[in-house]
Write a protein that binds this ligand. Structure first.
Ligand code: DHB
Ligand code: MG
Length: 217
């Protein structure tokens, strides 16, 4: 088989989707409203939501931090995998997105389990107490992922869970791109994670590639 033969193809992606729990009516409506509000359609896939929910359940996660709320789809999905006293704190820079997400979180079945924190990822992460979360999900600004990771490694205990979106760089991981592009930023982060001795992590080929890791030291 040639080296560049695709192993995870569009066909696999669709097949996985067909064999994985999809969105309920509420999440379908949320996405329709987000589209109507011209929020970019860059939320995680339903299969990735299931991957993250299963991992959060296995981990027994209670306190989750998300960097990059967008429309609130992933925050609501993660909150649904937590016990009643669990909580997702989700960080959003764009006030238009934070407003939209807050409205839909309030209407959801996890309204009391999700709080939107407004501001830039690194700035808000710096205000979060060490030891106050057991899982983090990185999304948002790709160039800042290494800084998000450093802050999350401060916040999480040993054994804490780290997940990060877009390890496959929006499907353009191997494209020729400028150094200042999001794709190049993702590649730098992937190299950073691979070299990071404090985390045992693996890229999972679900959605646009999802890093899943555990803080080791
Ligand atoms: C983009 C960002 C994301 O977090 C994502 O999941 C997909 C696309 C983007 O910036 O284009
Ligand atoms: Mg993303």
């Amino acid at each position: 088989m040639p080296d560049d033969d695709a192993i995870i193809t569009r066909r696999h992606y669709n097949y996985i989707a067909e064999h994985t729990r999809g969105d309920d009516e509420f999440l379908i409506e949320l996405k329709q409203a987000a589209e109507a509000a011209e929020i970019p359609k860059i939320w995680i896939s339903p299969a990735q939501a299931s991957l993250m929910q299963v991992i959060l359940k296995l981990h027994g996660a209670k306190q989750v931090i998300e960097v990059g709320t967008l429309a609130g789809y992933s925050a609501i999905s993660m909150a649904r995998a937590l016990p009643d006293d669990g909580r997702v704190r989700t960080i959003e820079l764009e006030s238009r997105h934070a407003d939209f997400a807050e409205q839909w979180i309030a209407k959801s079945n996890v309204a009391n389990k999700v709080k939107v924190l407004r501001g830039a990822g690194v700035d808000v992460l710096k205000t979060i107490d060490s030891g106050s979360a057991d899982a983090c999900f990185l999304d948002a600004d790709k160039a800042n992922y290494p800084r998000y990771l450093d802050e999350c490694l401060r916040i999480l205990p040993v054994g804490g869970l780290i997940m990060a979106d877009n390890a496959f760089a929006f499907g353009r991981l191997f494209d020729q791109v400028e150094d200042d592009s999001g794709v190049a930023a993702v590649r730098r982060f992937n190299d950073y994670m691979a070299a990071e001795k404090r985390v045992h992590a693996v890229m999972v080929g679900i959605g646009d590639g999802c890093w899943v890791g555990v803080k080791e030291a």
